[in-house]
Design a protein around this ligand. Structure first.
Ligand SMILES: Cc1ncc(COP(=O)(O)O)c(C=O)c1O
Length: 378
């Protein structure tokens, strides 16, 4: 069998090699390595994909979060509500700006921020709510937007894992005040290096984001505010232009692979398959199962068994942010409410290989090992 990988970037490249090689050659011929026509064309094409939103490309998804927060005015003493069951970037960006990360619990079905857990955490210092569309599924945005509007709080959607996902027909990242994207190579739309973007339907916010991302300057040597230097380079933009044309196909392929896992795992005792909200389209950045802990620490036993069989897998995320030394004991000003669902998820989740090149025989092989594990647990 072809070697199993968590993500198969090489296989994906080989399938579109000619187009990628041509695009890279074009950038080299133009010597337009920073900004330039490829970056402008990528921003325009991504804007078309995202229902006409303004797109400002930046260096990576973490920068995108920090720049979005700076543009919205998050600063010293403010509070930013975000999940604890996620990658650190959201809380990190808030802390870097002197704001206090405030962690809210998740919905056990979607693993996303639970709107019902947000309201009790709001204070007069709450400046932004940052929901994360984790694993490729949109958060329950209607309730969240209603709460944010009622309290006059900005919403920055972290759509790093959710590009292409929809919620009630709207693309993830295009519902709140703005959204942020990451083009890290393994993302659904991945560059061959770092990349990110901020998207918004608000022209004033788009202008402010562009200002912040470009040293606080609209005009060279006429800096207006303290900003940062964060930009997508020409090579990455040229690659992303090619891959954007395949994004819908890639996301469909991921959903098909998820269907296969769902079918093969159906009825498997002790394994819960990913929930798919009827409100939107899941783009399966990850296929994350729950190994229910009713029989002790079964998740870690399965993880060991998969490793023994050379089956790549990952634990996203084994330590909730509020348990990390940088935030626990209220370090960096962090605070949080009840974290029961977050803690449980961190003990139970396990992500299986998921990418556009995954084959049926690979998936069968992976699931066979899981079925043997489930039998051994009985
Ligand atoms: C949810 C989430 N937010 C933010 C980021 C940060 O993106 P980047 O690695 O491009 O800085 C990532 C991933 O890496 C992510 O998964």
């Amino acid at each position: 069998m072809e070697s199993l990988r968590m993500v198969d970037l090489q296989g994906q490249y080989l399938a579109i090699k000619e187009e990628i090689d041509d695009a890279l050659q074009r950038v080299i011929s133009q010597s337009a390595f920073i900004r330039g026509p490829e970056v402008a064309a990528f921003e325009k094409e991504l804007s078309e994909y995202l229902e006409g939103a303004f797109v400002v490309s930046v260096g990576n998804g973490t920068d995108a979060l920090q720049i979005a927060m700076m543009a919205i005015g998050v600063g010293e003493g403010d509070e930013v509500i975000t999940p604890s069951f996620t990658f650190i970037a959201t809380a990190e960006a808030a802390a870097l700006l002197g704001a206090r990360p405030v962690f809210a619990d998740i919905d056990p079905d979607t693993f996303n921020l639970n709107p019902a857990c947000i309201e009790e955490l709001i204070t007069e210092r709450t400046k932004a709510i940052v929901p994360v569309h984790l694993f490729g599924q949109s958060c329950e945005m209607d309730d969240l937007m209603e709460i944010a509007k009622r309290h006059g709080i900005a919403v920055i959607e972290d759509a790093a894992q959710g590009i292409g996902a929809t919620y009630k027909g709207t693309r993830a990242g295009c519902i709140g005040d703005c959204g942020t994207l990451s083009f890290f190579p393994s993302k659904n739309l991945g560059a061959y290096g770092d990349g990110g973007a901020i998207v918004t339907h608000n022209p004033d916010l788009a202008e402010r984001v562009r200002l912040v991302a470009n040293h606080g300057s609209r005009k060279k040597y006429r800096n207006e505010i303290i900003g940062v230097n964060s930009r997508l380079d020409g090579m990455q933009a040229a690659i992303l232009r090619v891959k954007l044309r395949y994004l819908e196909q890639y996301n469909t392929r991921r959903r098909q692979a998820a269907d296969v896992y769902d079918e093969l795992l159906s009825g498997c005792e002790g394994i819960e398959r990913p929930f798919r909200s009827p409100e939107g389209t899941h783009v399966f950045h990850q296929y994350t199962i729950r190994v229910t802990e009713s029989r002790g620490n079964a998740r870690d036993t399965l993880s060991q068994k998969l490793s023994e069989n050379n089956i790549p897998h990952a634990l996203y995320y084994p330590v909730p942010l509020h348990r990390l030394p940088v935030f626990s004991d209220a370090a960096n000003g962090a605070r949080w409410g009840s974290m029961a669902q977050t803690e449980k998820a961190a003990r139970e989740v396990l992500s299986l290989p998921m990418h556009t090149e995954l084959t049926m025989s690979q998936q069968r092989f992976i699931v066979e090992t899981i079925l043997v594990f489930a039998q051994e647990q009985e």
